[in-house]
Write a new protein. Sequence first.
Length: 162
Amino acid sequence: MRMTEIQTPEARLAQLGIKVPNGPPSPIGAFCNVRLHAGLAYVSGQGSVTADGTLLRGKVGRDVDAETAREHARLVTINMLAALRSTLGTLDAVTGVIKLLGLVNATPEFEEHPYVIDGASTLLAEVFGPRGVHARSSFGVVSLPNQITVEIEGIFSLETLQ
């Protein structure tokens, strides 16, 4: 079956061979991973954390190259999907990706922030098809919690509120 024939996000994930963890990493503060309001899901900033809890750390442009950081952004997006699935029960309830905010823990000289966060944007387009194309901001910061490389938050539209 060709990718274009697969309609649901859950089916696309399976076709792509992407394993989404049963749940997202636990928040490291007094907040929740997902807040539902008025037909939208607001996903708190998720970080570059592997399924076994390993933090992917470093300063992009010094310790980590742009290509590796782009892969980290893809992992962060998988964590976002885990947060959504954990809250909604299925990613098929997501009708669109509205907006992402991507933060890159980068050196002052680093200029490829959009390239790094494209790792997230590309994955969302693969999973949600045209509904995954979104508005976005991306920029570098002097540090992120636990010195992780990438943090991304997002706003998603929903079929129905639960």
